[in-house]
Design a protein around this ligand. Structure first.
Ligand SMILES: O=C(O)c1cccc(C(=O)CC[C@H]2O[C@@H](n3cnc4c(=O)[nH]cnc43)[C@H](O)[C@@H]2O)c1
Length: 245
């Protein structure tokens, strides 16, 4: 039976998926709040990682060590960069993840880890500095599934940050570092651990806000996490869409 592990940083981002999948609490994987279900002939684990890169990397390591998943799916909400093709309530699918804060601030501006010359990951013919590649086929199948099921969605690179971009100016600065459609706080860490363990990784997020001057009245966390969980549940019920036929 194929094993799929879904992660999100907060309980709110899993609040509809857990009951929809009839998942039950499962203990024994470190400190992690975890649920287990069987869905469409697959074993599904749903884990709450906590917010940010440190929590995400710790959780992903535990999950890869203890559960040896066939696929790691990271979900939750995220901010969309204006003009990238998605808005609040839409779905963003990652084709790569970038550690967008890791680098050097030089007198001539910010530079990525290639300036230092020491990769974050080296192996299987790859040297990864800031940009962690994600397997393209699961991402393309997820995008096609979104279109088929009537969800507005876009595919593109995601940026993972420690400091959320709460101004348009900061958002523009981040896009000068790396092209991207969606900002978040965990994805690159999960993609990085999945790469180390050789586990396929997919990231799908619901857009809760635009990356712009911070105005919480324009955010819709509830709609974002609702849409992405409905989308993800529909995807998880279709092993062909998840793994290919
Ligand atoms: O209060 C704020 O200014 C604020 C800024 C960014 C995110 C939050 C949250 O409460 C959610 C954190 C959670 O959601 C992801 N997320 C959602 N939108 C963004 C964003 O624009 N930039 C970065 N991360 C975002 C993130 O992955 C966290 O897990 C509050």
């Amino acid at each position: 039976m194929r094993r799929v592990v879904v992660t999100a940083s907060t309980r709110m981002e899993l609040s509809e998926l857990i009951p929809a999948a009839s998942a039950l609490p499962f203990s024994g994987v470190g400190h992690l709040p975890l649920w287990r279900a069987e869905l469409a002939g697959q074993e599904l684990f749903i884990a709450q990682t906590g917010m940010g890169k440190a929590n995400a990397a710790c959780a992903a390591t535990l999950l890869c060590e203890r559960l040896t998943p066939d696929l790691l799916v990271n979900t939750g909400c995220g901010g969309a960069f204006p003009g990238c093709g998605v808005g609040v309530g839409d779905i963003a699918v990652a084709d790569a993840e970038c550690f967008a804060d890791e680098g050097v601030l030089t007198p001539d501006g910010w530079r990525g880890l290639d300036l230092i010359g020491i990769p974050l990951y080296e192996g299987r013919g790859e040297r990864v500095f800031n940009r962690v590649p994600l397997p393209l086929e699961p991402a393309r199948r997820a995008l096609a599934h979104a279109a088929a099921e009537g969800f507005a969605a876009a595919l593109g690179p995601f940026l993972t940050v420690s400091t959320c971009s709460g101004t348009s100016r900061r958002g523009e600065e981040m896009l000068r570092r790396f092209p991207g459609i969606c900002e978040n706080m965990e994805g690159a860490a999960l993609a990085h651990v999945a790469l180390i363990y050789g586990v396929a990784c997919l990231e799908v997020r619901g857009i809760s806000n635009m990356v712009e001057d911070r105005d919480m009245s324009r955010w819709d966390l509830k709609r974002a996490v609702g849409e992405v969980q409905r989308f993800l549940f529909s995807l998880l019920k279709c092993p062909d869409a998840l793994f290919g036929s």
